[in-house]
Design a protein around this ligand. Structure first.
Ligand SMILES: C[C@@]1(CC(=O)O)c2cc3[nH]c(cc4nc(cc5[nH]c(cc(n2)[C@H]1CCC(=O)O)[C@@](C)(CC(=O)O)[C@@H]5CCC(=O)O)C(CC(=O)O)=C4CCC(=O)O)c(CCC(=O)O)c3CC(=O)O
Ligand SMILES: NC(=O)C1=CN([C@@H]2O[C@H](COP(=O)(O)OP(=O)(O)OC[C@H]3O[C@@H](n4cnc5c(N)ncnc54)[C@H](O)[C@@H]3O)[C@@H](O)[C@H]2O)C=CC1
Length: 219
């Protein structure tokens, strides 16, 4: 089985080509736009309605042509998303020759990366992957995260952000900071936003108190 390593990629400096203009290309484009892409060229002789709309709103460019392998090197990130499976394979092979990251939508194994199912809530991002085994299951899990999990942790993340800023400015040691923030992460989803100051103070007391006890123990 192929191994994969998930990363959080910044898209603003990527030159992205989505080759193919159908519904799957449109789904990839929407995901890329949500991820902050600013340079997306769709390469296809025709665009579906959704891509046409995105073109008219100026969010994507369009190269109204059949795919051409020799222009791939203009891009840093490529999606081979045509309905021609053999062409998608040729695009993937050519891109990989030049170490250009490429996703082959008709055969995940042939490209260099897969697109996970992504749910966003505020600054929180979760990506679920079945490593190509069942995209539908990845989609289902994403939907469950969206409705049951992310709303709770979006608030927790806001609290952790405030707390972490305070803690990073404090005089705690690195070890104390780590202990405090791990402890806080366990509790953050149950804390009310208005209570953040009291919570921060109590956490600090507990860290210091625990250490006192540790010292008395001699441990
Ligand atoms: C390998 C991968 C390559 C890639 O595209 O990156 C790939 C490949 C293929 N998908 C196929 C089919 C379907 N894909 C979906 C849905 C999604 N597919 C996505 C990703 C991936 N799909 C990558 C693996 C990711 C992983 O496993 O973690 C998601 C998660 C992300 C996204 O596309 O943005 C998005 C849900 C996002 C969302 O809703 O949020 C559905 C369900 C639906 O549309 O409702 C179906 C039909 C049912 C089914 O098959 O499950 C086929 C067969 C095509 C055929 O039959 O010809 C192939 C080809 C093959 O199997 O290699
Ligand atoms: N990864 C995924 O999530 C999924 C992948 N698929 C795969 O994605 C492929 C595409 O699916 P759809 O977008 O629904 O098909 P579609 O038929 O809606 O669109 C195909 C697009 O490819 C373009 N195209 C065909 N030949 C081309 C060429 N030589 N150069 C440039 N563009 C070309 C067409 O103009 C059209 O815009 C399917 O064949 C299937 O293998 C299907 C479902 C899910």
């Amino acid at each position: 089985m192929t191994g994969y390593y998930p990363i959080m990629l910044k898209l603003e400096r990527q030159r992205i080509a989505v080759i193919g203009g159908g519904s799957i290309a449109a789904r990839k484009v929407n995901g890329l736009l949500a991820g902050g892409a600013s340079s997306i060229q769709v390469i296809a002789p025709h665009l579906c309605e959704e891509l046409q709309r995105l073109l008219e709103s100026g969010r994507i460019g369009w190269v109204a042509k059949q795919a051409e392998l020799d222009t791939l090197r203009d891009y840093t990130l490529v999606f081979a998303a045509t309905s021609d499976v053999q062409l998608n394979a040729r695009i993937s092979n050519e891109a990989m020759k030049y170490d250009i990251l490429v996703c082959n939508v008709s055969d995940g194994q042939q490209g260099s990366f897969l697109t996970p199912a992504v749910a966003r809530h505020g600054e929180l991002i979760t990506a679920v992957s079945s490593a190509g085994v069942s995209p539908s299951l990845a989609r289902h899990m994403k939907q469950e995260l969206e409705s049951n999990f992310l709303p709770k942790y979006e608030k927790a993340l806001r609290l952790m952000k405030q707390l972490r800023e305070k803690v990073l400015q404090s005089k705690l040691t690195e070890q104390q900071r780590q202990r405090l923030l791990r402890l806080a992460a366990n509790e953050a989803s149950d804390v009310e936003e208005a209570q953040v100051e009291q919570w921060a103070a109590a956490l600090l007391d507990r860290i210091v108190l625990d250490e006192g006890e540790d010292t008395e123990d001699g441990s």
